[in-house]
Design a protein around this ligand. Structure first.
Ligand SMILES: [Zn+2]
Length: 178
């Protein structure tokens, strides 16, 4: 059992729902990877448990460096709800991995109220070689902004998918640095 990290007192109901949703995303991932997507997925639900958006990482497929799963899901939710400001909808974002530094910005500006993630960035980086960026105290910073965060949810199952992805020898996208 992976130890849950959170920036509020853990609510068992929220956590149980997050385990179900993130496990569901893990089970769908191989299908998306087979279609050329990267090994990350995200979904956005409203407070009544309705699915608003679901997406995979499509950076390589779309030739767009912004198209991480979380960013794709936020864009889809904003289109679906016809607004740039999701804050009135009390939405939760579920991601198979800890959001990178870009996605933290995207989440902050979108008005998403809660974030639940699977595999922590340090584990993602050690398995895949992706650079998740620098994110000092981000869970505390989100708390200050009224965004709750739970992480390390079913992370071993998520790590297995990343290990399987690595075996495919696909391109691991990182910009050149010199
Ligand atoms: Zn990202």
């Amino acid at each position: 059992m992976n130890t849950i990290i959170a920036n509020e007192k853990i609510d068992d109901t929220k956590l149980a729902r997050a385990r179900d949703i993130i496990s569901g995303l893990y089970s769908e991932q191989p299908e998306y990877i087979a279609r050329g997507c990267g090994p990350f997925m995200a979904a956005i639900y409203d407070e009544n448990g309705n699915l608003i958006a679901k997406a995979a990482n499509s950076v390589m497929h779309d030739k767009c460096s912004h198209n991480h799963a979380e960013m794709n899901a936020i864009r889809m939710a904003e289109v679906a709800l016809n607004t740039h400001d999701l804050s009135a909808y009390n939405l939760s974002l579920y991601s198979t991995a800890e959001p990178c530094m870009m996605c933290l910005g995207g989440i902050m500006w979108s008005g998403i109220k809660s974030v639940y993630f699977g595999v922590p960035s340090a584990v993602v980086e050690s398995i895949t070689g992706f650079d998740e960026g620098f994110k000092p105290n981000w869970m505390d910073e989100f708390k200050k902004r009224g965004i709750t965060v739970y992480g390390n949810i079913e992370a071993d199952a998520g790590a297995k998918i990343l290990k399987d992805y690595k075996k495919l020898n696909r391109i691991v996208y990182n910009p050149k640095r010199k």
